[in-house]
Design a protein around this ligand. Structure first.
Ligand code: HEC
Length: 157
């Protein structure tokens, strides 16, 4: 199995089908979970920057909606191979239901504003980050990437 086939298989395994009317606001528990995660990533980014600076002054780039959107949309092209992006499965608009290219199975929207089940459990979020980042980039996403990504998803209205 090549990487793309593996990705598609993963998509099939993980996807969920029901089509329902989606919510229109982010619940307090989603906001809490996401903000706590973002705060944790911020601490990690600062700690790592401080360590790398070895006592010298350093600056830390704040998490931004734009960087998060880039991460979501951009397909990386490493070693000359066309690589899928997060948006390959989750579509260009995280409010949309994703659709599996082969099985046609739906993936519930990622945006918390339309899906109250997303981002309610920090462990599940971390697990999904690890799985998808490794599939796409052969490594977990960094704390900075996750911070930008969640900042973007929180902004989607
Ligand atoms: C191969 C298809 C695929 C790709 C590519 C993909 N995802 Fe996913 N992702 C899924 C599926 C399927 C689910 C739904 C799992 C579920 O409903 O429990 C999901 C769910 C998630 C969740 C779970 C949120 C929650 O709390 O429920 C996060 C976070 C996530 N993806 C992040 C990413 C990021 C970041 C990328 C890009 C680096 C990415 N995904 C790329 C298929 C994919």
């Amino acid at each position: 199995m090549n990487r793309i086939t593996l990705l598609l298989a993963l998509c099939t395994t993980l996807s969920t089908i029901p089509l329902s009317a989606y919510a229109q606001s982010i619940s307090p528990s989603q906001t809490d979970t996401m903000k706590q995660l973002i705060a944790g990533y911020e601490v990690k980014v600062k700690t790592e920057a401080a360590k790398a600076a070895k006592g010298k002054p350093y600056t830390v780039e704040p998490f931004t909606v734009d960087n998060g959107r880039q991460i979501f949309l951009k397909s990386r092209n490493w070693e000359g191979e066309e690589q899928p992006a997060c948006a390959t499965c989750h579509t260009d608009d995280p409010k949309n239901e994703g659709k599996h290219a082969v099985s046609k199975k739906a993936i519930k929207p990622l945006a918390p504003v339309v899906n109250p089940e997303r981002f309610t459990n920090a462990e599940k979020v971390e697990k999904n980050f690890s799985i998808h980042c490794r599939e796409l980039y052969s490594r977990d996403c960094t704390a900075a990437e996750k911070g930008h990504f969640l900042t973007y998803l929180l902004s989607v209205k």
